[in-house]
Design a binder for this molecule. Structure first.
Ligand code: HEM
Length: 308
């Protein structure tokens, strides 16, 4: 039996990422492989009574975007059944900043940082360089909150384009209005065009890196639009557990429209998409996974900006 650790720190994650993927100097310790994009965000009026945020009130914001592959491998195989990620940094006309960073899976593999860290620990190869997949499966059985994402990834082939897939914020956040009322929500970014997934055949025949080129080709045709939506929580919906999805019938409102216009430059390299950096009018939940992300991202950011 491999029990989940009792306490996890940001450093524990950086260490296990570096063990799993090798020391990759100067790059992100998670989501190492990615591509920058730029665009703008036009807010909708639907959320104005929930939140007094300048992001929703002050006209268009600039968007600094990065799409990525989960994991610390800068050469990750883009045909793999792993999550893809998006980070968006919104910058309002007055310079207020709001970050989001989410995944293509609606849930996270662990209800706490400790359960996720324990899962990563089981993936470390033994002295013969082999991963003990029986141990991994046993750990998953003992920690069922790791299973939701795993099952989702088995049931959905990976996207064939970063621009044609839905991204989920996974954690709960709150919108805060002038009266101080906190409304729980989970964000999602939904493409306006059809979702596109790799076929089983493409999952073996395609080369292992195509997403950056595909994004460039998609953008050469036309700008790409994604709807930023808020799924509104109801009393009793779990707010601190990122491994559990809310019931499918929850109200969905529009926060605004993200338009991508260009990709392939490097403006997102020195960006830390810390998901706890929120504009006024938004607040984080007490989700321990969400809280831990700030520390892990800061360590990774400090290391990669100093060539480590
Ligand atoms: C304990 C849990 C987690 C840990 C330790 C962790 C760790 C990391 C680290 C170290 C980075 C690199 C940061 C940088 O160098 O700027 C990163 C990036 C990222 N993570 Fe996490 N993460 C966690 C949970 C999550 C969750 C729950 C999500 C989605 C909801 C997520 C989505 C992302 C994305 C999209 C990026 C790439 C951002 C970018 O392009 O810069 N992570 N993560």
């Amino acid at each position: 039996q491999t029990p989940a650790p009792t306490k996890a720190t940001g450093n524990d994650f950086i260490n296990v990422f570096e063990t799993l993927s090798g020391k990759q100097a100067g790059v992100r310790k998670g989501h190492a492989k990615g591509v920058c994009a730029t665009g703008e965000f036009e807010p909708s009026e639907q959320a104005l009574h929930y939140s007094n945020s300048p992001l929703l009130r002050s006209g268009k914001s600039q968007a600094n975007i990065r799409f990525s592959m989960a994991g610390g491998n800068p050469n990750a195989d883009e045909r793999a059944r792993t999550p893809r990620g998006i980070g968006v940094q919104f910058i309002t006309e007055k310079g207020e900043v709001h970050n989001i960073a989410g995944l293509t899976t609606p849930v996270f593999p662990g209800k706490s940082p400790e359960v996720f860290l324990g899962l990563l620990n089981t993936l470390v190869p033994n002295e013969q360089g082999k991963v003990d997949f029986k141990k991994v499966a046993e750990y998953r059985k003992q920690n069922p909150s790791t299973l939701g994402q795993f099952n989702w990834l088995q049931a959905h082939n990976p996207p064939s384009s970063y621009a044609h897939t839905t991204y989920f914020g996974i954690h709960t956040f709150y919108m805060v209005n002038d009266e101080g009322k906190h409304t729980p929500f989970r964000w999602q970014l939904v493409p306006e065009t059809a979702q596109k997934q790799l076929t089983d055949e493409q999952m073996t025949s395609l080369e292992s890196s195509f997403l950056a080129k595909q994004l460039e080709q998609d953008l050469a045709q036309a700008p790409i639009h994604l709807q930023l939506q808020a799924v509104i929580g109801q009393a009793g919906d779990p707010v601190n557990d990122p491994s559990v999805q809310w019931p499918a019938d929850r109200e969905v409102i529009a926060l605004g429209r993200l338009t991508l216009t260009a990709s392939g430059k490097n403006q997102c390299d020195p960006t830390n998409f810390d998901p706890n950096l929120l504009a006024p009018g938004f607040a984080p939940s007490d989700d321990a996974v969400l809280k831990l992300r700030s520390s892990a991202y800061a360590i990774s950011f400090g290391k990669r900006l100093t060539g480590q």
